[in-house]
Design a protein around this ligand. Structure first.
Ligand SMILES: C[S@@+](CC[C@H](N)C(=O)[O-])C[C@H]1O[C@@H](n2cnc3c(N)ncnc32)[C@H](O)[C@@H]1O
Length: 281
């Protein structure tokens, strides 16, 4: 797999903050390692009332969310999986632990995350594993070379979803799957939605893709929707857990508090519905 050329720098303050804690021993390092050391996404609680708001519980919930997206990707031994926006490599780490004779690749726009993923995940059971710096809209894979593409809670950062879907269609084998998680607004809200925006804590986000819009995007790219799961209720304890981290936030503190509060309210009102989607070629 050839790595694409150098990528333009992307401002994602929440990753600056996480890396500052994880790699320089700032206050809260151990808590942040347990919660976000492997996955940087929301958690999944089969029973949200049972959430205990501590880092160990959160880390387990994050593992479960990745497992739910993996299940939507219908992955089996001996296949090729690309994880786009792979973060610290947690989703590929699960695949590496659960499957054998896999060809696993992670791609991320941020070289620092790639470096951490490489240091954290060691291939086993005949698996081949690579982490590459690159962008979602120019995938470093040959046509029809991949069984599954995953993008766990990353697609809203990508510069162009239609280009990403076309790239996925190109690299998937016939019958291959794309599985993602994303925040979906109700379709009726689209005319009133803010444009793509730059959040001070979370960077550039585009949250304007409703379920009907995803269906159209897939159809235009030559993919067929096969999984549509609204798991919003199962992710809501995330907001209460993130509040427990406020004392550790040494940078962007005001913005993290403000945006976490807004996002919690929006999610509880179901104005954005955390969902798992999968599409087949
Ligand atoms: C919320 S994090 C999720 C990380 C990882 N998927 C996980 O579940 O832990 C979003 C990820 O998208 C990555 N990302 C943002 N824009 C990207 C792009 N254009 N191409 C590839 N990755 C991108 C970020 O660097 C970040 O790792």
């Amino acid at each position: 797999m050839a790595a694409p050329g150098p990528q333009p720098p992307l401002r994602m303050p929440y990753f600056d903050l996480l890396l500052l804690h994880l790699e320089t021993g700032k206050a809260g390092q151990e808590v942040i390692e347990r919660a976000f050391g492997r996955h940087v996404h929301w958690g999944y609680w089969p029973d949200p009332a049972a959430a205990t708001n501590d880092a160990t519980d959160y880390g387990k919930a994050a593992e479960r969310l990745a497992a739910e997206v993996i299940a939507a990707g219908r992955i089996s031994d001996g296949t090729t999986v690309l994880d786009v926006g792979c973060g610290f490599g947690g989703t590929l780490a699960i695949l590496n632990e659960q499957f054998k004779n896999m060809t696993l690749a992670g791609i991320n726009i941020d070289q620092r995350q790639i470096a951490r993923a490489r240091a954290k995940v060691t291939p086993r059971d005949g698996n081949r594993l690579s982490f590459l710096a690159g962008t979602a809209v120019q995938l470093p894979l040959a046509d029809a070379s991949c069984d599954t593409v995953l993008a766990v809670e990353a697609i809203f950062h990508f510069p162009d979803r239609a280009r990403f879907f076309r790239e996925v269609q190109r690299v998937l084998k016939p019958g291959g799957r794309l599985a993602i998680s994303d925040f979906l607004p109700p379709h009726g809200m689209l005319p009133w939605l803010w444009p793509k925006f730059r959040s001070p804590a979370y960077g550039v986000c585009d949250l304007r893709y409703s379920l009907p819009r995803y269906r159209r995007l897939a159809r235009d790219a030559g993919l067929r929707p096969v999984v549509e799961r609204d798991i919003n209720a199962n992710t809501l304890p995330t907001h209460d857990f993130v509040k427990t981290l406020y004392p550790f936030v040494v940078q962007y503190g005001w913005w993290v508090r403000f945006e976490t509060r807004i996002m919690g309210w929006i999610s509880r009102q179901r104005l954005l519905r955390y969902s798992i989607l999968a599409f087949e070629k």
